[in-house]
Ligand binder design. Structure first.
Ligand code: SAH
Length: 359
């Protein structure tokens, strides 16, 4: 059977010419009928990839502690919105809420908003979170009413799914890497002259012949987050994999069943991601007037929040699977695992010069 997204893409190319990578990613990941995230649960052992909340409950517990700590730092407001973008199976939110349920007044103040594109994942989230009455599901961040109090935003492995574009300077001219058709009518990468307004997203210093990834969609997302946080104050926390300093390189990748796959094959059945350019994210937040918290490797961040002590506590419980807990701690924090490649950043608005934990 022909791949429906490949057919849609080819038709579009025949009509309008080569498409940029952002258009391709949007189609492959979130096409309303055939998009990768729309009608599947891609997570876990039997799926395509695994994430920190799926590896260990400790991850969500510590993020929960971070969020509750921010609530205290805001002087325990009576109302606070917590927004999660791209919540996967709802595991992170479930661990956040379980870990914070005994903090007096916190859950009474909470309004939780989940922003999820996928229908199957949304159903899983509703199932795992069914005991909580203060959660709603939203189509997009834009439409969320931040309410009376501060807003907290949390995103784990969301930014890496936002579309990127690729630019390269050849013989003095900036070109964009796009997807077109070869003479056999097969999809292939091509270069076309880049639109001038894309160049403003590039780092200030660039070298010829290298590929630079830019993500106007991520910058727009940061701007939307900033606008939300500005209304009543608040903070955003992003955890993802990527680089701290802007760098050149093609990091677009397709993953299926925990293995790399061909980007242009089996479209809509592979996860497509790119490294997050944390410097560009921080710069965009700074440009929007937010206070930025810096960039900390995930391993370091979790240790500062007390993951070693938490693992010891769990290991001391009579039914603990000690080897499993040791392995989880290792995967989340070791430099050769997620400890260094994954990074944590954040930004916020407040008038008390709050210092968030972990940074
Ligand atoms: N945060 C989860 C899942 C990460 S996978 C975890 O750590 O386990 C990426 C998540 O973002 C999925 O839930 C996916 O459906 C969602 N997503 C991807 N693109 C999206 C978009 N444009 N709008 C809303 N959700 C999106």
């Amino acid at each position: 059977m022909p791949n429906p997204l490949e057919e849609i893409l080819k038709q579009k190319i025949r009509k309008d010419g080569p498409v940029d990578i952002a258009t391709f990613m949007t189609l492959a990941l979130t096409h309303p009928e055939h998009g990768y995230y729309i009608k599947r649960d891609p997570l876990g052992q039997g799926g395509d990839f695994t994430t920190a909340p799926e590896i260990s409950q400790m991850f969500g517990e510590l993020i929960g502690a971070w969020l509750a700590d921010m609530w205290f730092k805001f002087d325990t407001p009576k109302s606070i919105s917590l927004i999660e973008c791209g919540p996967g199976r709802g595991t992170l939110m479930s661990d956040i809420l379980r870990a914070t349920r005994h903090i007096g007044g916190f859950h009474d103040a909470l309004q939780v908003h989940m922003v999820e594109a996928g229908t199957i994942l949304r159903e899983k989230q509703k199932q795992i979170l069914k005991d909580y009455t203060f959660i709603s599901w939203q189509e997009s961040l834009e439409t969320i009413d931040p309410g009376q109090g501060q807003t907290l935003i949390v995103c784990n492995e969301f930014l890496d799914a936002l579309p990127i574009r690729q630019l390269s300077q050849r013989q003095g001219e900036w070109l964009e890497r796009k997807i077109g058709l070869d003479h056999n009518n097969a999809l292939t990468f091509v270069f076309e002259t880049a639109e001038k307004d894309l160049l403003e997203y590039l780092p200030t210093i660039t070298s010829a012949n290298s590929v630079y990834e830019i993500s106007p969609a991520s910058i727009d997302f940061v701007k939307t987050c900033s606008a939300k946080l500005k209304e009543n104050g608040g903070a955003a926390l992003f955890i993802d994999y990527g680089y701290e300093k802007r760098a050149s390189g093609d990091t677009l990748q397709a993953v299926q069943a925990h293995k790399y796959a061909d980007i242009l094959k089996d479209i809509g059945n592979n996860d497509l991601t790119a490294h997050v350019d944390f410097e560009a994210i921080i710069q965009a937040a700074d440009d929007a007037g937010a206070k930025t918290f810096g960039i900390v490797p995930q391993g370091e961040f979790l240790k500062r929040l007390g993951i070693i002590e938490r693992a010891e506590k769990l290991q001391n419980s009579p039914k603990a699977d000690k080897a499993a807990l040791r392995s989880q701690l290792h995967r989340l924090t070791a430099p050769q695992e997620m400890g260094t490649l994954f990074k944590v950043t954040g930004f916020g608005y407040d008038d008390k010069n709050i210092k968030p934990a972990g940074f």
